[in-house]
Design a protein around this ligand. Structure first.
Ligand SMILES: Nc1ncnc2c1ncn2[C@@H]1O[C@H](COP(=O)(O)OP(=O)(O)OP(=O)(O)O)[C@@H](O)[C@H]1O
Length: 124
């Protein structure tokens, strides 16, 4: 909340609705979020087909949530950078590149974790 803009903080319900609105905006406008949601759905479908155990489900769902959450944060950082620096600036580029790198690191590790979990479930 912008300090002094409202006499009170938004209720939990309104905060939740703002978050839903942000999620819908990101899904509508960002291709990467769509790709990650499709990847998550594929992982869940594969998990149902293989019949993962409870711990494997927890790992896969956590991985999906962490990657999608990181991409949402990356998208919000990009929006703030565009707001404060619509013109070319090396720091703006640095902020966007490092933010994208954070998502990339997570994606690589989550892919490795996914392979381990599914391979383990298949050979079980
Ligand atoms: N204002 C800027 N100043 C300098 N470099 C910039 C600026 N805006 C973007 N860049 C460079 O262009 C790259 C792509 O920026 P862009 O805003 O198009 O992100 P994007 O490719 O749409 O990211 P994503 O695919 O995650 O949505 C950045 O990573 C950065 O290297």
């Amino acid at each position: 909340m912008i300090p002094g803009k409202h006499p009170s903080h938004p209720t939990f319900k309104r905060s939740f609705l703002f978050a839903i609105q942000g999620f819908r905006t990101a899904v509508r406008q960002e291709r990467n979020i769509k790709v990650m949601l499709v990847g998550g759905c594929l992982a869940i479908t594969l998990g149902l087909a293989i019949g993962l155990d409870a711990v494997s489900w927890a790992i896969i769902l956590l991985c999906c949530g962490v990657v999608i959450s990181a991409e949402l944060l990356n998208t919000s950082i990009e929006a703030v950078v565009d707001l404060v620096s619509p013109e070319f600036h090396p720091l703006a580029g640095k902020a966007k590149d490092i933010s994208a790198a954070a998502v990339w690191v997570l994606c690589v590790l989550v892919a490795v974790v996914g392979i381990i979990v599914f391979a383990n479930a298949i050979v079980r």
